[in-house]
Design a protein around this ligand. Structure first.
Ligand code: DGY
Length: 419
């Protein structure tokens, strides 16, 4: 009988396209940004060289401005919408025109710290370091125009949490008039009841067409977007990556890059305080177009624990997760919220990548029991329901795509933590 680790490796190999890995066959047939950076952590358990390659392929497709796109369309596949013709970004290898949670800096440090072949690791990090630093600089230049220390996303797909309740209110300001008629493909691969709605898709597409109309000039898009949301989870990932990159830069004698990234991280941590909500016991999103906090206690605000927030904040987050009271942790929205939907993508279900980052952050903050509960719950889910894209937090039912790459990668990570 094959072990969980064997199956995880088998899935990672099955979805490997040589220099990049698809998240799952059918539903996501290209390279996704944060999927790849987290996938590399899993690959590193059995093939160090291949893990570095995963991240290098992504950064080979970095834009000259510094942005790293959320999808790289390496090979045509009309099973996905919106494809390269809709994005029309004019890149040599077609890409989308928005970005995704910048987890690369964190992943580099983790791969580096664990490397058995240190000479190989140093060479690979040295080449990637300036590219990741350029991406970080791009974020603070284009997504934080007032120098607050926190960046905004301009499309829900950038957060990765596509249809979170967090965006419901800000989305009311995104129109749908005039969009080109389209046919969705995601609902042919996954149960439509577990995916975003048509109303949400119309708005996703309106934003894409709006940005395309501005020639994908990334210095203009933030101010021109009716959707500007400061997501604590997204910022925590960026802040953690800046801090980790600063450590790597120090190690490699890149003092200026170290200083710059440490400054981003310190300013970011201080600014995170403005997103704290005492009644919710966690951080919340801020709608930058209104300067109001969004009344939605999502997993984005729990993921804030991934960066070095004060320890009393981390302790409160651990309690808030306990209060969810779901059988499996961590629900992407609390079941106490009337808008919670146990099966619909990011409106309730559990995601292993999020669990991994929350557990990692809580452990660093000294919340060892809370981290251990998340790890145990994640592995229980896999044992009961297999390697799905996401799971019902009440029943553990597997949802979305199957034999999912980053789920497999996270299983290898969780198993190594349990040892
Ligand atoms: C999708 O198509 O569902 C993706 O999440 C967008 O990146």
């Amino acid at each position: 009988m094959s072990t969980l680790a064997d199956t995880a490796i088998e899935i990672l190999r099955e979805n490997d396209r040589g220099t990049y890995t698809v998240p799952t066959k059918g539903l996501y047939p290209f390279q996704w940004n944060w999927d790849s950076c987290l996938t590399a952590l899993g690959q590193h358990h059995f093939d160090e060289d291949r893990a570095w390659r995963e991240i290098e392929t992504l950064f080979d497709n970095q834009w000259p401005c510094g942005m790293v796109p959320h999808i790289v369309f390496h090979q045509m596949d009309d099973g996905y919408f919106p494809g390269p013709q809709v994005w029309a970004t004019g890149r040599p290898v077609p890409t989308s025109g928005i970005t995704q949670p910048p987890v690369a800096g964190f992943s580099l440090k983790r791969l580096f710290d664990r490397a058995k072949d240190t000479a190989l690791a140093e060479a690979r990090v040295k080449a990637l370091l300036p590219k990741v630093a350029k991406w970080h600089r791009w974020f603070y230049e284009t997504r934080d125009p007032r120098g607050e220390g926190l960046v905004a996303i301009i499309h829900p797909w950038e957060a990765g949490r596509d249809n979170s309740i967090d965006w419901d209110e800000p989305f009311e300001r995104v129109p749908t008039e005039g969009i080109t008629p389209y046919v969705r493909r995601d609902t042919q691969h996954a149960n439509p009841a577990h995916r975003p709605t048509k109303e949400q898709y119309d708005r996703y597409l309106w934003l894409v067409e709006h940005f395309r109309g501005l020639g994908w000039d990334t210095s203009k898009l933030h101010d021109a977007s009716p959707f500007q949301v400061v997501d604590p989870g997204f910022n925590a990932i960026l802040i953690r990556s800046c801090a980790d990159l600063a450590d790597l830069a120090d190690h490699l004698g890149e003092a200026e890059l170290a200083r710059e990234n440490r400054q981003f991280a310190e300013k970011g941590i201080a600014a995170m305080e403005t997103l704290w909500s005492e009644p919710h016991g966690q951080y919340l999103c801020r709608d930058r177009t209104r300067e109001t906090l969004v009344d939605s206690a999502s997993v984005g605000g729990l993921l804030a624990a991934f960066c070095a927030i004060p320890t009393d904040r981390a302790a409160a987050i651990a309690r808030t997760i306990d209060n969810h009271g779901t059988w499996f942790r961590v629900a992407s929205h609390p079941p106490q919220d009337s808008r919670f939907d146990a099966k619909r993508y990011w409106r309730g279900p559990v995601w292993l990548v999020i669990n991994y980052m929350i557990a990692d952050g809580l452990r660093r903050a000294g919340e060892v029991d809370a981290a251990a509960k998340i790890t145990a719950s994640s592995l229980d889910l896999i044992r009961e329901s297999g390697f799905a894209e996401y799971y019902d937090p009440m029943t553990g039912e597997p949802l979305g795509g199957g034999r999912f790459t980053w789920t497999a990668a996270m299983v290898l990570e969780f198993l190594s933590m349990e040892q």
